[in-house]
Ligand binder design. Sequence first.
Ligand code: FE
Length: 205
Amino acid sequence: MAGFDTKALNKITYGLYVITSSHEGKDNGFICNTVTQIASDPMRIAVSVNKANYSHDLIKSSGKMNVCTLTEEAPFDIFTRFGFQSGRNADKFAGTQVFRTANGCPLLSGYINSFMSLEVKDYADMGSHGLFICELTDAAVMNEKPSMSYAYYHANVKPKPPAQEKKVKGYICDICGYIYEGDPLPEDFICPICKHPASDFSPLE
Ligand code: FE
């Protein structure tokens, strides 16, 4: 364990986005919190994507994506649909009318205030993640509703743990609120709901 407090990383503020992609007829979208404008001239946007995500491969193959900026009105259902299942075995746009931007990528039809269409200019291998460095090819603002921050999601969107009648030893998933009953939490535990690792769990108070 490092001799410094890595919880400092939790003090970084992030937004929340649905990133959509399309390649050879396959559409996908996933929840992302790592979208940053990194240069203004030329304008460059960086998006970091976990290599385990199906979207990583679709974006790497197609060289394009849409960043849909979620508003504070986005319900937990959006996170369940786009964040807690893989596009490898689920069609995340099933049952919805799919709108597309000029680059052919889907657009989320609600709960967003803007979109950006990106074309990949550069790629850096970051180990667990691939970093896509992109040019803006299209963008629009739909409304002035506030963008959802990661902190807002944790405070207001993620389901609250049920009130405990008797004290149980356990751990709660910081991402989706799933509760593991038991102590200790196995090191290789994977959240059955959102698939995040044991490191994203906190002891129940
Ligand atoms: Fe979880």
